[in-house]
Design a binder for this molecule. Structure first.
Ligand code: ADE
Length: 417
């Protein structure tokens, strides 16, 4: 079997982590059991470019149980859990090309190695594999049944490709499922971002002025968890409705320029570039910490900071100290996804639903082979609701159902005051 991982001897530790995560992924496990019986993915090669975590491992195992040949690489050079990567190879027979701290060249070499398997389905977290397919791998497009995309940034790219008529394959936007973005983006990013900052720095959050740039599903999760830890939270947001929501949610809302003079910790979760630019950094206080939880490492102007700095040193794992003329600025996790770089990403409980969507997306693509256009599709609503229903069941939560009278009332218009 082909693979490229940092240390294959870490497999036993990785296997335990994968089993631990599985305990909190009941919906995915139900799908895995059904897949093992029905083999809906038989004969299909699936190439994935996802963060190599214990939760992702459980998705890959479910896809393999469904009859697929699975091959995977990392969707970020710093998010790979080396022990999990080793176990995927050794214990589960899944070809894995992922090394924590891999450089950009190795990162793309690994993506190409996945494409060498000539997958019919690809799964992305950030659209890098689809991007490669549409550039260097164009000759492989005709082999593709479809693809799926995990994250907001990836879906935005794919929609831009669709608009430009550049998209040549159908893509399932897993991120758009309610059982994905309401939970993974909000509760997952909220908790794992704080976890990443704490593991990187071990600072006391209580009393800190904590600036959250971006008030989408992820940003509001981060803001609410930071508030829960006793921070004084400031929100910066460009979209007026969201900014208004942040204001009424009780946060101080202001421009990044204004927040730059005040904040102790800054987190970017916007999906856009140069959100914290060098002029903002110049007006920050001594000792400020900068972290990013958006998909790409473009939100903080690190290259400009590198040029401005008179000295740079690694003061802790995942903390780089930049000395400017009059102050020190600390960048966490090299400005890459702090939750996956310094911590382990979102907890299994939320990834359970995200990856249930991924597994069902793969099954849907196979079932609808040849019928879908080169467009971005949502997972059908009935599958999204079914995931929520199964999750509630696994949590032992019962809910009411509408009576026939209530159903009728909701579909009629005659009854008034
Ligand atoms: N994205 C965020 N958290 C993750 C996790 N735990 N596994 C895979 N992808 C993730």
């Amino acid at each position: 079997m082909k693979y490229d991982v940092n240390d294959i001897s870490l497999a036993p530790k990785g296997k335990l982590k994968i089993e631990w995560a599985a305990k909190n992924m009941p919906v995915l496990l139900l799908i895995r059991k059904r897949f093992a019986k029905e083999k809906p993915l038989k004969g299909i090669t699936i190439g994935t470019c996802l963060h190599i975590t214990s939760e992702t491992a459980n998705l890959l195992i479910a896809l393999k149980a469904g009859g697929a040949e699975v091959v995977d690489c990392a969707s970020n050079p710093l998010s790979t859990q080396d022990d999990v990567a080793a176990s995927l190879v050794k214990d589960y027979g899944i070809s894995t090309f992922a090394k924590k701290w891999e450089d950009k060249k190795t990162y793309y070499r690994h993506l190409n190695l996945v494409l060498d398997f000539k997958p019919q389905i690809t799964m992305d977290d950030g659209a890098d594999l689809v991007g490669l397919l549409h550039t260097e791998g164009k000759n492989m497009l005709s082999n593709i049944v479809g693809s799926s995309e995990e994250t907001t940034t990836g879906v935005i790219r794919l929609r831009a490709m669709e608009k430009d008529k550049a998209l040549k394959i159908p893509v399932m936007a897993v991120n758009d499922s309610e059982t994905k973005h309401f939970f993974d983006n909000h509760y997952g990013t909220g908790q794992s971002t704080i976890d990443g900052i704490l593991r990187a720095t071990n600072v006391l959050l209580a009393g800190k002025k904590f600036v959250v740039c971006g008030y989408g599903f992820c940003g509001r999760g981060v803001a609410s968890r930071a508030r829960g830890m006793g921070c004084d939270v400031i929100v910066c947001e460009v979209e007026p409705v969201r900014a208004l929501e942040a204001h009424l949610d009780g946060y101080r809302v202001m421009t990044i320029k204004e927040a730059s003079n005040i904040g102790d910790i800054f987190v970017t979760v916007t999906g856009d570039k140069s959100v914290i630019d060098i002029d903002h950094i110049k007006s920050m206080k001594d000792g400020v910490m900068l972290a990013n939880s958006g998909h790409f490492n473009v939100e903080i102007a690190i290259e400009k900071l590198e040029k401005e700095a008179v000295n740079k040193r690694q003061i802790r794992d995942f903390v780089t100290e930049y000395s400017l003329k009059n102050k020190k600025i600390y960048v966490l996790g090299e400005g890459r996804l702090i939750n996956l770089t310094a911590a382990e990403g979102h907890p299994a409980e939320v990834m359970d639903m995200s990856f249930a969507n991924q597994a069902l997306a793969a099954e849907y693509l196979v079932k609808n082979k040849g019928k879908l256009e080169a467009k971005v599709y949502r997972i059908p609503e009935n599958l999204d609701k079914e995931i929520a229903r199964l999750k509630l069941e696994s949590l032992g939560v019962k809910i009411d159902v509408l009576t026939p009278e209530q159903k009728k009332y909701l579909s009629s218009w005659e009854e008034g005051t």
